[in-house]
Ligand binder design. Structure first.
Ligand code: PHE
Length: 344
């Protein structure tokens, strides 16, 4: 009987001394496990005289219960302690300054593209996009530039095979849209995107650049509509008060064709270094869609007409932000790109 009390006292002491959950678990095994001290007491019962067995058994059971309860209580205490310790250790100082995570910025060319898109969506245009690897047929043939046409020399082309190329202008996309319309008007769309030409890269040339072309086909569309549209665009892009000037030019897919100048936004037309003293800056090519292009695409050129224009996005961005080297757009120097961070 004394032995039971001895084991119990020993166990309670060990429980009180256990200072971690692991230590407590060891105590549990040592006393309550299959080979533990309390189990050993049970086995001792066998050797006792019959009349002593019930009292001894009861005593061992009480011991077992006392020890179990003490273990549970200590376990709750240690759990709480562990939690307090963890909270202490993992405490974060929310007043500490965090790391600056640099978010990527919108590329200046994309900014210009979005600006142009917004402007034309506002006028009811839709946006058309298409493949950069294009068929000769859409890039040249449908645009009134057959195989032996000298105008093919105007655009040095990257050919993939004799019928496949990297599109030299987004006009290819306009041809796809014209073909898709199957002679139905009105058509009012812009095609922004990358184009490619075999140029040696320098401050003003890049073998890859971006264009946004516009196309309107319908009844009674005139050169006046083109001029009004471009004037509106120039005012939105370069500030109010801009004027537009048409100079005769040549593109195989438009007739008449024009080169379009905008009055210099830097000197208001008086003449400065940007406009080289002329007061005007050339920004795009345009014209009335050639009747032959309309006919080739299934439109009746007696009943409908259209205008088209093509603007280089780099040129606009360079003028707008005073950038003097086109290569800046393509070398991915983050110091350059970060200047256009709208959230900085
Ligand atoms: N496709 C012409 C170019 O890339 C631009 C242009 C488009 C001219 C539409 C007239 C009409 O140079």
């Amino acid at each position: 009987m004394d032995k039971v009390l001895e084991v119990q006292a020993e166990a309670l002491q060990a429980i009180a001394d256990a200072d971690s959950l692991q230590a407590l678990q060891d105590v549990r095994v040592r006393y309550l496990g299959r080979k533990g001290s309390i189990q050993a007491l049970m086995s001792e019962m066998k050797s006792l005289p019959k009349e002593e067995k019930p009292a001894f058994g009861q005593k061992v059971n009480v011991c077992k219960q006392v020890v179990t309860e003490a273990l549970e209580k200590r376990q709750t205490e240690l759990n709480e302690l562990a939690l307090i310790n963890r909270m202490e250790e993992e405490k974060i100082d929310i007043t500490l300054r965090g790391n600056d995570l640099h978010l990527g910025t919108t590329h200046p060319l994309i900014m210009i593209q979005q600006e142009i898109e917004d402007l034309f969506i506002g006028m009811g245009y839709k946006i058309a996009e298409g493949p950069e690897v294009e068929q000769d047929f859409y890039n040249f043939e449908l645009a009134n530039i057959p195989k032996d046409h000298p105008a093919r020399d105007m655009q040095d082309t990257f050919y993939i095979d004799p019928n496949t190329l990297l599109r030299t202008h987004t006009t290819a996309m306009q041809m796809r849209e014209l073909e898709k319309a199957k002679g139905q008007t009105p058509i009012k769309l812009i095609c922004p995107g990358k184009v490619y030409r075999r140029d040696d890269d320098d401050a003003t040339h890049s073998h890859q650049f971006m264009q946004c072309e516009g196309l309107v086909v319908g009844e009674h569309i005139t050169l006046g509509d083109l001029k009004g549209t471009l004037e509106f665009m120039a005012n939105k892009m370069f500030g109010e008060g801009r004027k537009i000037r048409f100079r005769p030019s040549y593109f195989p897919f438009t007739e008449p064709s024009v080169e379009v100048d905008v009055s210099c936004p830097f000197c208001n037309g008086k003449g400065c270094s940007v406009c080289k003293g002329s007061g005007w800056i050339e920004i795009l090519g345009a014209g009335m869609v050639h009747p032959h292009v309309l006919e080739m695409n299934g439109f009746d050129s007696e009943k409908c007409s259209g205008f088209a224009f093509g603007i280089g996005l780099e040129r606009v961005a360079m003028l707008k932000y005073g950038i003097d080297d086109i290569r800046n757009f393509y070398i991915n120097d983050t110091r350059f790109l970060k200047m256009f961070d709208r959230f900085d």
